[in-house]
Write a protein that binds this ligand. Structure first.
Ligand SMILES: [Zn+2]
Length: 73
């Protein structure tokens, strides 16, 4: 995982620590997924900020965007 910059993206609702934006890349069956996650610097809680999936369907690149509201954990 890679922490992007030192921007304060919010405050954790559990412990009140800062949230940082983290970008996580995963490789699956022919698809690539990029997850944007808010991670708490205090308790380590994670909250999805959305994700992007890039896959190849019938020789065409398909990009699917998942917004945070559709991707709750
Ligand atoms: Zn926290």
């Amino acid at each position: 995982m890679k922490v992007v910059g030192k921007n304060i993206e919010g405050i954790c609702s559990r412990c009140g620590s800062r949230l940082v934006l983290v970008i996580e890349k995963t490789l699956g069956d022919g698809a690539r997924k990029i997850n944007y996650i808010y991670r708490c610097t205090g308790c380590g809680a994670k909250r999805s900020a959305g994700s992007i999936k890039i896959s190849k369907v019938n020789g065409t690149v398909k990009v699917t965007v998942y917004r945070a509201s559709e991707n709750k954990n």
